[in-house]
Write a protein that binds this ligand. Structure first.
Ligand code: HEM
Length: 459
């Protein structure tokens, strides 16, 4: 692929979120945020180390300097907790689960779940990570033509999570859960916008009832699964069983049924939406670059010899990893995180107090002009060359950083490499129309409309 640079390949620029220009009134900020929260990140945040704005008497900070981010998430992580956006948005559906809990409640849940994500354990999941993608490829082979890629990736990634961790969750239940999450995410920019402007939780907004109903339905579905598993153990134990049997070494306390519902729903939601979006964007970017797609498919075929991907192949599939990494740089599945300081402190040049909102705009960090050359251009080889020009730790952080870094990061990378390898060796993906999908921030970064690609089976 080194010939690429001299081959005259046209630079590809994936879809981008247009940022709102000029000083915004509180009302305009609300409107922008409800439409697409990342669009409210000020344009200066893509050039400066740190930017702030004040709206409705509330200070909002957007640090993008990797040293400042590292200070918040890693070095001084004990001084910062997740902002109220996370609790307001996620507690109704995910309860006080591992994604939203703080302090001892979080530490215990992380300790309990972590062994299932250790490197030594991960390779055991390879067959269940591959199987939903292999089944999808078979269906596509029998029925080529235009297909919705976003839906297909959602169905495959939720199947991976359920088969890996929650045996006995059947496909129908899994599909219902993903429908619940879809309905919950739809209006999710309202609570983000309201909390950013300090508006109270009781205030009505479009879709509020829909979110409450989706949350109740999702929890009820998982409650039934927990009840089923209380009646019948799983041997050998899967992650669900391990968590059901676990006791806190200090207090001896076990997770209650409601704790389990929160934990399971968190793992299912956090574990499939993100990977599904990353895969959808990667396939779109490959369909938009047919020459690169062919070269990548050849590379995968050479490495695997058209066998299913196994653990020994993974190092050699580095080109595939660079494509996924570059897609997640430009279209990060989690485009923004938020934090608040526990006490007044200084970050960079700004004094922050506990009422302020600190957004970590991963999307803007990944396109920052001082951190990336040609920041909007798709260039997977920038990840190959990183040993020659190492970048600061927090310049690239699709999985976050510090103690709250994504628990499933290695799981997700393995799943995406295995899934893409299975798809690329068997299928050629072509653009169906000239309309690029619009990235929409709804907690994750998803396409606003369906992504349809042409499926052409390879000989
Ligand atoms: C491409 C795929 C993924 C991306 C980009 C991603 C991204 C992230 C990010 C940015 C966070 C940190 C949030 C914060 O600090 O505010 C996070 C947390 C988390 N993720 Fe992922 N994630 C992915 C896949 C997964 C998978 C496959 C699982 C599980 C099967 C998972 C489980 C979790 C959990 C449990 C947390 C909370 C960790 C904690 O607070 O201790 N994620 N993820």
């Amino acid at each position: 692929m080194d010939a690429e640079a001299s081959s005259g390949l046209r630079a590809f620029t994936p879809p981008k979120i247009e940022t709102a220009r000029g000083p915004l009134s509180a009302f305009s900020l609300l409107r922008v945020m409800v439409r697409n929260p990342v669009a409210a990140v000020p344009p200066a945040a893509y050039e400066e180390p740190q930017v702030s704005l004040h709206a409705a008497g509330k200070a909002i900070f957007f640090p993008t300097d990797p040293a400042i981010i590292e200070s918040i998430l890693v070095r001084r992580h004990a001084d910062f907790v997740k902002s109220r956006i996370d609790s307001r948005l996620l507690n109704p559906v995910l309860g006080n689960g591992i994604l939203t809990a703080e302090g001892d409640a979080w530490r215990w849940q992380r300790r309990l779940a972590a062994p299932a994500f250790r490197a030594a354990t991960l390779f055991d999941y390879l067959p269940v990570m591959r199987s939903p993608f292999e089944e999808l490829v078979e269906r596509w082979r029998l029925n080529p033509g235009p297909h919705r890629i976003d839906d297909a990736m959602t169905a495959a990634t939720i199947a991976v999570i359920c088969r890996a961790f929650f045996s006995e969750f059947d496909q129908l239940e899994a599909d219902r859960i993903s429908g619940v999450i879809e309905r919950y995410l739809g209006p999710s920019s309202w609570p983000i916008a309201y909390e950013s402007l300090g508006l109270p939780e009781w205030m009505p907004h479009p879709g509020k009832l829909k979110m409450a109903r989706a949350a109740a339905e999702g929890r009820q579905l998982v409650r039934r699964f927990v009840a089923r598993r209380r009646r019948k153990r799983q041997d050998p134990p899967d992650l669900a069983q391990i968590l059901m049997d676990a006791h806190d070494p200090q207090s001896g306390r076990a997770l209650s049924d409601e704790d389990l519902v929160s934990m399971f729903l968190t793992l299912i939601a956090a574990g499939h939406e993100t990977s599904a979006n990353a895969l959808t964007w990667t396939l779109y970017c490959l369909a938009a670059q047919p020459d690169r797609q062919e070269a990548l498919a050849d590379h995968v075929r050479r490495v695997t010899g058209c066998r299913a991907v196994g653990a020994p192949d993974l190092d050699a599939l580095s080109d595939l990893t660079y494509f996924i990494e570059e897609t997640m740089r430009l279209l990060p599945p989690v485009p923004m995180m938020s934090r608040r300081a526990l006490r007044s402190c200084q970050i960079g040049s700004e004094a922050i107090d506990p009422t302020a909102l600190v957004f970590i705009p991963i999307y803007a960090i990944h396109r920052h002009k001082a951190l990336w050359s040609s920041p909007d251009t798709f260039d997977p080889w920038r990840f190959r060359n990183q040993s020659q020009a190492p970048r600061p730790r927090c310049a690239y952080m699709p999985f976050g950083a510090g103690p709250r870094i994504c628990l499933g990061a290695s799981f997700a990378m393995l799943e995406m490499v295995a899934g893409l390898a299975a798809m690329l060796t068997a299928i050629r993906f072509r653009l169906h129309d000239d309309l690029p999908p619009e990235p929409l921030h709804r907690i994750t970064l998803r396409p606003r409309k369906a992504v349809v690609l042409q499926i052409e089976p390879r000989p």
